[in-house]
Design a protein around this ligand. Structure first.
Ligand code: NAP
Length: 305
């Protein structure tokens, strides 16, 4: 436990695992911590169709391959939740929630984002039994049933397409007239006969009968009229927030995203950011990998100085 690492990477999603590949190939003593599932959000994604060179692959499969690849050149991958990163010049201490501490010269924070929770009464209590944030994990339970997907981003639309392969009907609710998702995904959704789209509405209330979800009341944002959507399952995909609360606020923007330089360094020497948790325009697997590679390569140069 008193070993000194060259780099500790926090998060084993595409950004963290790519950083692990590059760091360990540069002979850096590398340790990766993952708080949940190796592969990060990728492991909850049904299909990936925009990773160059692989026309189509399940998110879980790509997550498994990345995880194996990340350890191939000597990086150690461990399960653990980071509570704090203490910084004392060239020496950083990474504290875990279980009280253990690890020492390192540099840190890459690649913790990604966490999905926003549906903010209507009882949504929390019905999570896992009617409200789900993972279509890949729970979609099976809604075979031939009606489900609602809330949100108009890539996550909502891609998972709605997956759910349409199982459910009898998928209703997508968006609060504006426009989607955030890429045009190709929007086209697929629009041409799917099992999917209907309701615009300019927001979720208001779960409809519960005999302790089961039977529907969702939605409100028209223009005239406040309420409408009942009968359904058994509700899948909110209403965006995500960065997992950076354990970091020094001086390296975060007002929304909690890490402020990084083009070499992925932050204003604290030896602390780097990569992937969805940094300020950026395009959050994709490929841009996360890009960040991880740059962070590890910058660290190699930094440690040589
Ligand atoms: P997102 O792009 O931020 O979209 C969130 C959606 O939820 C938007 O339609 C938003 O509406 C809606 N929304 C937010 N709060 C709401 C509320 N309280 N009530 C109702 N609707 C609400 O989130 P995401 O889809 O999770 O994607 C996150 C990032 O990951 C994005 O950068 C995305 O491109 C990326 N991603 C990429 C892929 C891919 O390339 N294959 C897959 C998944 C995610 P408004 O538009 O009105 O704000």
């Amino acid at each position: 436990m008193n070993e000194l690492y060259d780099v500790i990477i926090i998060g084993a999603g595409p950004a963290g695992l790519t950083a692990a590949i590059y760091a360990s190939r540069a002979n850096l003593k590398t340790l990766v911590f993952e708080a949940e599932v190796n592969g990060g959000k990728l492991s909850k994604t049904h299909m990936v169709e925009n990773y160059p060179g692989i026309a189509s692959i399940s998110g879980l499969e790509l997550a498994m391959q990345l995880s194996e690849h990340g350890q191939k050149f000597g990086a150690t991958l461990m399960s653990g939740t980071v509570e704090k990163v203490l910084e004392d010049g060239d020496h950083k201490t990474v504290l875990l929630t279980n009280g253990q501490e690890y020492h390192t010269k540099t840190v890459v924070v690649a913790t990604g984002t966490k999905e926003r929770i549906l903010d209507v009464p009882h949504a929390k209590e019905f999570t896992g039994r009617g409200v789900s944030y993972c279509a890949v994990c729970d979609g099976f339970f809604y075979r031939n049933k009606k489900v609602v997907v809330i949100g108009g981003g890539n996550s909502a639309l891609e998972e709605a397409l997956y759910l349409a392969s199982l459910a009898s009907e998928v209703t997508i609710i968006i609060r504006r007239d426009v989607f955030r998702a890429e045009a190709s995904v929007v086209d697929k959704v629009r041409s799917n006969e099992k999917i209907r789209i309701i615009t300019r509405h927001v979720p208001e209330q779960l409809v519960i009968e005999e302790d089961r979800i039977k529907g969702l009341m939605i409100r028209n944002v223009d005239n406040n009229e309420m409408q009942l959507i009968a359904c058994n399952g509700i899948f909110p995909y209403i965006g995500a927030d960065p997992c950076t609360s354990f970091l020094d606020p001086s390296i975060l923007d007002p929304n909690g995203y890490m402020i990084v330089n083009p070499d992925m360094s932050t204003s604290i020497a030896g602390i780097y950011g990569a992937g969805d948790c940094v300020v950026k325009d395009l959050r994709q697997i490929v841009t996360a990998c890009n960040d991880g590679a740059i962070a590890a390569s910058s660290i190699t140069k930094y440690l040589k100085k």
